[in-house]
Design a protein around this ligand. Sequence first.
Ligand SMILES: [Ca+2]
Ligand SMILES: [Ca+2]
Ligand SMILES: [Ca+2]
Length: 257
Amino acid sequence: MAIYDLGTVGVTPISVDNYYVGARDREDIFKVRIENDRALNLNLHNITSGQNATLQLYRDANGNGVWDQADQSAGPIASSGRPGSSDEAINYRGSAGTYFVRVYNYASLEARYNLDFSSTSTTAITSNSRASNLLPQEIEVGSLTGDRTFTSSVSDSNTTNTYVFSVGGQLTGVDFRLSGLSNNADMRLIRDVNHNRIVDPGEVIAISTAGGISSELISKDLGSNTYYLQVYQYGGSTNYTLTMDYKYSNPYPPYPL
Ligand SMILES: [Ca+2]
Ligand SMILES: [Ca+2]
Ligand SMILES: [Ca+2]
């Protein structure tokens, strides 16, 4: 087991690349701090094909700044254990303090991985600042060639859900609708132009921030590419229904752009 102290994690992402778990060293522990009530965002990605790695978040339960039995006995406060080399994501709203991020793999072969960390505001007036700025391929929609519907939820223990999809053709018209809200959630559409899995300035191409429990709508013509759609908590917990209403794929725009 290796322990790495990354210090305070703020809105600017911290990335560790090409770390390994498995065989000789089955787990890595990263110690991080947040300085006030924030959403702690984690994206475990680029896991070696055919290997598996699991992501967990623990609190420093006894407040001594040391990864010890008390923290482990208290159990993880969030976990992500998808199959195989799929990305693992955690977005957890927590109070100021020390947290431990655990990556493990009990298989006999080593899994290489990249892990990104950030924390985002839970109080910013600007909705865009409340979404995670990390882009895990968390819900893999695949190629969008027809209507799709997803039901899920956001809450303090899962503040952001990130959908990834691609469209082909010259121009594909899609309406994204978020409905069935019991607390305020918003959504935004992103193109990761530089492929670094981080939302950089200029990469948010549309956002919907209706107030209260009003439904959200993003209506967009998309060129052939890969896109990310994030549904995120503005405040409180809510179930939701997300529909991706595929309207057309056309070599020519339906109206002058
Ligand atoms: Ca401790
Ligand atoms: Ca980017
Ligand atoms: Ca809203």
